[in-house]
Design a binder for this molecule. Structure first.
Ligand SMILES: N[C@@H](CCC(=O)N[C@@H](CS)C(=O)NCC(=O)O)C(=O)O
Length: 205
C-alpha cells in the first residue's frame, strides 16, 4: 500500500495510528502529499480529485479516501481480512461512527481556523466566522467529555479520532485551556497520548 501523507495532518495521523494498532505499519510506503486549496499537490490530485490527504492506494491499486474510509478499510484488511475490531458489529457500530464524526468535526473546525490565519490575507479575515469554528470545538469537546465509548472500554475508531483531534487542538490552539473544562477527557487523553502509536505520530512543524 501507499499512503499520501503529511507529518502534521491529524487525518493522516488517524490512519497512522490505525496502521500501528492493527499491525500493518510495515506494509505501507509513505509519500509526501500535503497541499492546500491555494497550492494543491499534483501527486495527491492524481489519486484524489479533492487534493486532500490522507489518500491510500490499496492492495488493488485503487485510491481510498477519506480518513474514515481508510481506517475502516484497514480494520477490514487486518489479519488477512478478519476485522481488527475497531468498528463493532450490529447496532453498536453507529455510536462509534457518530463519535468518530464528532472528533473529525473538531479537526475540521481547527483546520479551517488554521487555514484562516495561514492562508487568508489579513484584510479578508472574518472574526465572527472564526468564533463560530471555536464554538463548534467547545461544543464538541463538551460532548466528548460525556462519550463513554471514547473514555473507556475496548479500543475503537472513535477513540483514535478523538486522540488525534485533541493532539491537533494542542498543536494549533495551544492556549485553548480545554483541560479545565473537560477533566475526564483530559485524564483519558493524558494516558492515550503516551501510547506508542500516538508518541510516534506527534505533529511537528
Ligand atoms: N475529510 C477528510 C479531510 C482531509 C483534509 O482536509 N486534509 C487536509 C490536510 S490536514 C488537506 O489535505 N487539505 C488540502 C486541501 O484542502 O486542499 C479526511 O477525513 O480525510
Amino acid at each position: 500500500m501507499k499512503l499520501y501523507h503529511s507529518p502534521t495532518s491529524p487525518y493522516v495521523r488517524k490512519v497512522m495510528v490505525t496502521l500501528d494498532l492493527t499491525g500493518q505499519s510495515g506494509e505501507v510506503e509513505l509519500i509526501p502529499g500535503s497541499g492546500t486549496p491555494l497550492a494543491p499537490n499534483d501527486a495527491t490530485i492524481a489519486h484524489n480529485p479533492l487534493g486532500k490527504i490522507p489518500c491510500l492506494i490499496g492492495d488493488d491499486g485503487a485510491a481510498i479516501f477519506d480518513s474514515r474510509v481508510i481506517c475502516r478499510y484497514l480494520d477490514h484488511r487486518a489479519n488477512s481480512g478478519a476485522k481488527a475490531g475497531l468498528y463493532p458489529d450490529g447496532d453498536a457500530l453507529f455510536p462509534v461512527l457518530t463519535a468518530e464524526a464528532l472528533a473529525d468535526g473538531i479537526i475540521d473546525a481547527v483546520l479551517l481556523t488554521a487555514y484562516e490565519w495561514r492562508l487568508r490575507p489579513e484584510e479578508f479575515r472574518y472574526q465572527p466566522w472564526v468564533d463560530g469554528q471555536a464554538a463548534k470545538v467547545e461544543r464538541a469537546l463538551a460532548a466528548l467529555e460525556q462519550t463513554d465509548l471514547v473514555l473507556s472500554g475496548p479500543m475503537n475508531a472513535a477513540r483514535i479520532a478523538a486522540g488525534c483531534a485533541l493532539g491537533y487542538v494542542d498543536f494549533r490552539l495551544a492556549d485553548l485551556g480545554w483541560r479545565d473544562r473537560c477533566p475526564k477527557l483530559a485524564a483519558w487523553y493524558a494516558a492515550f497520548a503516551e501510547t506508542p502509536a500516538m508518541k510516534a505520530t506527534v505533529p511537528v512543524g
